[in-house]
Structure formats: structure tokens, C-alpha cells
Design a protein around this ligand. Sequence first.
Ligand SMILES: *Cc1c(COP(=O)(O)O)cnc(C)c1O
Length: 370
Amino acid sequence: MIPIHQPNLGPAELAAIAGVFDSRWLGMGDVTWRFEARLREFLGSPEVVAVNNGTSALHLAMESLLPPPGAEVVVPSFTFVASIQAILMARLTPVFCDIELDTLNMDVSDALDRVTPRTAIILPVHYGGVPCDLGRLVPAARSRGLWVVEDAAHAFGSTYQGRPIGTHSDATCFSFDAIKNITCGEGGVVATPHAEVAARLRVGRLLGMDLDSWSRRQDFLGGALNVRAPGWRYHLPNLNAAIGLAQLDRLEEFRLRKRAIVRRYREAFQGLPGLALLRHPEGVFPFNFVIRVLDDRREALARFLKDRGIATGIHYVPNHLQPAFKRYYVPLPNTERAYREVLTLPLSTNLTDQEVDRVIGAVTDFFARQ
Ligand SMILES: *Cc1c(COP(=O)(O)O)cnc(C)c1O
């Protein structure tokens, strides 16, 4: 079976893990600081705070902006469940908005229409690595006194208007889980321009303590272990940061390979009747490859590909239709249509040209038969 996603791990990642193993300091420490410093430089963001996954990044970022308890967060329903659970973890209220069908990103007009006096945050998701319309969203949020927190779990390495995702809003949250553009095994970061928000993130990720364990070890005799606030056990260990550092060295290799595969898919599928491609602007580091299958033929295509050893997926089941979030239901026509049409095809840097040809052959074969 050709998988949809797969991490690209090699000798460099293994050597990085071995280095941490030999140091006998597996938890948060100097490797974590090096990872944060590399990301500050790469993103051009003044503050980068590493945490243990992307969900923690979202939760802690929202909490660190100090919104009033129960305040509303406008968020697309068409996202991974983590975006919504993070809102609830921060004791805030999700308000679902619709998407544009050609990008599957937040429809900014619809999002702004859902702002009320209780709204504190707008939380866009850069679906598939394609930035949403930040040029419109960020100024509109500012003028209404709202924060923008980006779920950029798909968008590490993408740029918007020539600047990296991670430099456009109040807080940008990345995930480095096993299938994302780069991985730490498990990991995440928050990038923010606000020093006081970063200070809260650093305390919040470490059970409310204002000294990290590394400096405690260096200075434990004089080190006051001050617990300043409620907090979570959300720090990124050296062991995971080491994998992330090794992956950062290979980012260009990953970007080029994924872009090359996407280019071949798009050339092959362009103009196939019954299939709609998403918009693919410049500056995108593609996370996944999603098509829209028209005329109610999505299940048939998925079965056809499965029989030929090609895995597919549906990303995502809209959250407003999930039993857990029933009380936040609103009708969302584009989201519900996208749910019937989307199909995720394999996209990973490990795919061989032969495997890409197999996917292309099977998809074009399916549409030729009808
Ligand atoms: C992966 C993902 C997350 C959560 O990241 P984790 O590291 O898995 O916690 C959040 N939002 C989206 C859109 C994601 O794809």
C-alpha cells in the first residue's frame, strides 16, 4: 500500500538521537534551546517557544493572550479536531465559520460576519500549507481589537507575501508530529512578536515554574524554583528537539521533492472532468495533496485506488458535525460540500517516481473509464 503520509527519517536523525542519548540529558535543555534559536532565525520571529506538540502550542498560545474566560474563537470547522479541542482546553468557545471551496481555507468574510462582542480570537488554519487571506484578516482583526492565532500545523516553511508564515500575527502555532513537513517525533512551537506572551508561554509550558530544568541543574544551589502561575507539562525534550534540528537541515530537500510531486500531479490531473484541483499559489510548502471529486464519485475513486494499493484519506470530517461539538452546530454549506468531495492522495518525500506514476495512472484510469 502506498501510504498518504510518511516521515522521512535517516542516519542524520538517528545520529542526533544518539548524541542526546550519550549526553544523559533527555529532557528539555541545550538541544531545545538550539532548536528554538534555529527557528527564530529561520522564521525571522523575535520569540519562538518550543512545546511538546501542536495541540499544546494552540492551547498555550490562546491562554497566554489572556482572553476573558468563555470568550469566543472564530475557527473553520474544516480542520483537524485538535484546533477545536485546544479552544476548549483554553476554556474558550468555538464559533464555526465556513471555508472557500478553491483553497479549503477560512472564508474571511464569513469569519468576520461571525464576530460578536464576546469574540476574542480569530483562528485561521492554513489548509494544506496554503496561507489563508492574512492580508485581509489581520488588519480586520486589529481594527476590531481581536487577536489572530494561526493554526499553521500544515504550513511550516510556507511564505505569504514574501515573508514566512510565523511572522504575520499575534501567535503562530506549528506542529512537528510524525507526518508534518518536518517532525520532532512529537513537537510544536509558538512564534510570537510579543515578549510578554512569550514569557507566559515559557512559564506555562513548565508547570508554571519560571526556571527551566537546564538552568536549575547549572545553578541548583542558588536556583529559586518559583512557581508563578498555573501551568502545564508541555515542554519539548532534547530528544525530540534533536530530531527536529536534523530535519531542519533537510528542509530544502523536502520542499523540492514535495513541490516536484505536486507539480506532476497537477499537470496530470489538470482538466480531468469530474475532478477539481485546489488553488496552489507561489510560496507554498505543500503539506498534503487533496483533490475534490465531483458528481458523488469520491467513494468509488477511493475504493478503486485501494484495490490498486493506494491509500487515500478524508481530511477532514467537519467538526460542526461531530457529536462532541453538537452544541456549537451551525449550517456551513461549503464545508459540508467539501466533506462530500475531498480526497487526500499520497504525498510524502519518500515516494518514488514510480509510485507517483502509479497514483497518476490509477486516478486517470478511473476517470477514463466513466
Ligand atoms: C497536526 C495538527 C494539529 C495538532 O498538532 P499535534 O502536534 O498533532 O498536536 C493541529 N491542527 C492541525 C490542522 C493539524 O494538522
